[in-house]
Ligand binder design. Structure first.
Ligand SMILES: Nc1ncnc2c1ncn2[C@@H]1O[C@H](COP(=O)(O)OP(=O)(O)OP(=O)(O)O)[C@@H](O)[C@H]1O
Ligand SMILES: [Mg+2]
Length: 402
């Protein structure tokens, strides 16, 4: 019993759980065949979702409506029906729909009930008639059925939750793609207008070398800007499921810092690095996490500006009270900070305060993409900022047990 309860406590899939329940019920009841029927809320019926044993010799309908006599008997009785034929045959109105094969041999039905609701049941069958089960076996089977019902219920709730989370993520993404499409149109309108003006004016001003020189430079910048926008949108749109591999977080952070060290040095910005001695590891998409960290680091450099200033990067590992392991990365800068009214918009697509027509102008997609990637890694990204003092971005990700 303990072994059974322990094994069904952490099921990996519905099929595995059903198989485990049926194999154990079969063993206890000496019935080599078994089927598990699961309630389908949207159809108001029970569908056979798993079978155990050589089923060819044993036929039951694969779908049983809620008013099926067997289902009704289980809902009303809320107990195991052993020797189904003898229990049900005295009531003619219940017996007409019980398959023939059920009536000729030993068959029992075990209800799986949580909170008074029949969420599933198993039908166990033996081709040779053997006497009814002993009271001890019945008791054991009843206790196991309760454990099985609880495990099945938790798994179904978990599946529901997982599906709605996936749906929410998809909706989130669609919504941001919608905003992106609108934002993209808005963003490329200005550079397009300037290119168009240039082309319109060029024929009559072709001998004005100063005009041609100046405008060529502007047009090139505008074209570059459109190109960059397209690239970022493509990166976001062709966003793929992360390719997760076991990665050392400190390693990724160090390689990102290496990229920005030169820029920081030339601007007189000090970089401080404090890495967790436990060397936290996690299932991460290395490229994507690097993309996130680089964007945060570049934002921090932008915020500090010409310096002096500093940037502190910290990693740490911690355990939540329930035992799950997490890792955290803090990127703290002594830059200009973020105005409170902007704080709630910084993750929005195209939100940027770097709106100048230079090569460094931001597209405002950096944090949107960062947020998306962290969400897909089942993590969190938070920001705290004080104008004039600086900003801290904190990323939390699930970590691997060492
Ligand atoms: N560390 C920071 N300090 C101050 N402001 C910041 C910081 N990080 C982000 N911001 C603000 O959030 C805005 C959005 O950042 P985000 O990275 O999404 O876009 P961006 O840096 O403007 O452009 P890009 O798409 O090129 O990264 C920035 O324009 C800036 O105003
Ligand atoms: Mg950025």
């Amino acid at each position: 019993m303990t072994r059974f309860l322990r094994a069904i406590g952490h099921p990996t899939s519905l099929t595995r759980l059903a198989d485990y329940i049926l194999s154990n019920f079969s063993e206890i009841s000496h019935c080599p065949h078994g089927s598990l029927f699961l309630f389908e809320r949207e159809h108001h019926h029970y569908r056979q979702m798993h079978t155990f044993g050589p089923i060819k010799m044993f036929t039951v309908p694969s779908v049983m409506a809620i008013d099926h006599p067997l289902v009704q008997a289980l809902i009303v009785g809320q107990h195991i029906f052993d020797g189904l034929e003898s229990t049900l045959t005295p009531q003619p109105e219940l017996s007409h729909d019980i398959p023939d094969t059920l009536a000729k041999s030993h068959t029992l039905a075990v209800p799986l009930i949580t909170h008074g609701t029949l969420i599933a049941f198993t039908v166990l069958h033996s081709p040779t008639a053997h006497g009814t089960l002993s009271p001890e076996t019945m008791e054991l089977l009843t206790a196991m059925a309760q454990g099985a019902a609880n495990a099945l219920d938790s798994l179904l709730i978990y599946e529901d939750l997982r599906q709605s989370q996936a749906l929410m993520r998809r909706t989130d993404r669609l919504r941001s793609l919608e905003i992106i499409a609108g934002g993209f149109a808005h963003e490329i309108r200005n550079p397009l207008t300037s290119i168009k003006t240039f082309i319109q004016l060029a024929p009559e001003r072709k001998d004005d070398s100063q005009f041609i020189g100046e405008f060529s430079r502007i047009v090139l910048e505008d074209v570059n800007r459109i190109e960059r926008l397209i690239q970022e949108i493509l990166d976001y749109a062709r966003y793929m499921e992360p390719q997760l591999t076991d990665e050392d977080l400190n390693d990724i952070v160090t390689s990102c810092l290496y990229f920005i060290q030169v820029t920081a040095d030339t601007r007189g910005i000090k970089i401080e690095k404090q890495l967790a001695p436990e060397r936290p590891r996690g299932m991460l998409d290395r490229q994507q996490i690097k993309q996130v960290l680089l964007n945060l680091l570049l934002n921090a450099l932008d915020a500090v500006g010409k310096g002096p200033g500093s940037l502190r990067v910290r990693t740490r590992q911690f355990q939540k009270p329930e035992g799950t392991l997490f890792m955290q990365i803090d990127i703290e800068d002594t830059g200009q900070g973020i105005a409170p009214e902007n704080l709630e918009h910084i993750f929005d697509p195209f939100f940027t305060t770097k709106h100048t027509s230079t090569m460094n102008a931001g597209t405002g997609l950096g944090l949107t993409i960062a947020h998306q990637i962290i969400q897909e890694h089942h993590g969190d990204i938070h920001v705290a900022s004080t104008v004039g003092q600086g900003t801290t971005f904190r990323i939390t990700l699930p970590a691997l047990q060492q």
